[in-house]
Design a protein around this ligand. Sequence first.
Ligand SMILES: Nc1nc2c(c(=O)[nH]1)N[C@H]1C(S)=C(S)[C@@H](COP(=O)(O)O)O[C@H]1N2
Ligand SMILES: [Mo]
Length: 363
Amino acid sequence: MPASRHRKPGQIVHSDAPFNAEPRLDRLRAAYLTERADFYVRSHGDIPDLEAAGYRLTVVGAVATPLDLSLSDLIRRFPPRSITATMQCAGNRRADLNRLRPVSGDPWAPGAIGNARWDGIGLGDVLRAAGVDESAALHVAFECHDEIDQDGERFRFGASIELKKALSAETLLATHMNGEPLAAEHGKPLRVVVPGFAGVRSPKWLASITVQDRPSDNPMQADDYKLFPPHLDKDSADPADGVTIEAMPLNAAICEPAEGATLKAGPCVMRGYAVACDRAIRRVDVSADGGATWRQAELSSDDASPFAWTFWEIDTTLSPGRHELVVRAWDAAGQTQPADPEDVWNFKGYLASSWHRVNVTVV
Ligand SMILES: Nc1nc2c(c(=O)[nH]1)N[C@H]1C(S)=C(S)[C@@H](COP(=O)(O)O)O[C@H]1N2
Ligand SMILES: [Mo]
């Protein structure tokens, strides 16, 4: 399918093949549940167009009863489950690290994130039906239908999570996003949704599940999406020594006004999002003077879902001149974000979570 078919008006497209795009931040902040047209797409290979009819999922490996089920078998056999959860790429806000020193990967602004209500069935229900040993230190590996070309290799996308997270009530095999069947670019007809974890652990176009005694050996799991200290680079870093990125750190961004905007002097509403895996956002500080002085924003969130983002908003008054607007959030553990991107720089550009800064000119 031509990638251009997935382009939507107003999107910032980082690449067509593979298709990678994020929304403008004012569009992202326009709805608590992100509309399909404004939901970022991160793909590593092609975007398969699979029909629900004919789709099958297999569950094999360290299970007592291997399964081979159609989509309607899955829906008939397991109780419906749903959750409102934020999906976020580990590379969200990478542009802020790239500005310091070049990093690899697409230079995502703060739009590689979206929030949705996901409906489907529980991954744990399926694994229990397959007779998995719930107390064992096992890993749940996923294989997908899309094919990736990377470093001269061609392989299907795969990743894994620990059995404990796979059995958690929040982890779903989703068929629907915001009440609509999954769109092709988001994993039609079935994807994994692992709330709170980096997007890479939520495989789209799921083909098979293997329960095994070690993490997936797919390059996505074994080599990519690992965090390294700042002195290492592509040639010196050993993937086996990197930290596997799973739970996402506390982060926040200013969505309005936009970077580089020219504004009229006087009242200005600042808006954005904050998120911290499964921890509540307790406070959002906003500065209009580069972090010298701070005020607290109003928060709004879905209290029923700890995995959903919090929206924040504050009325401020800006005088003529140049202003550096800054946001930092605080979570239920009393943690906040590092001030300086230098503190979190890594050559892959993951987990850019320092204070978000937006420069505006007021006339
Ligand atoms: N099969 C498959 N699943 C995948 C990917 C992929 O390329 N192929 N990308 C992952 C990454 S890195 C992210 S951030 C999320 C993005 O989900 P979205 O495109 O629905 O926003 O999907 C994840 N699941
Ligand atoms: Mo990602």
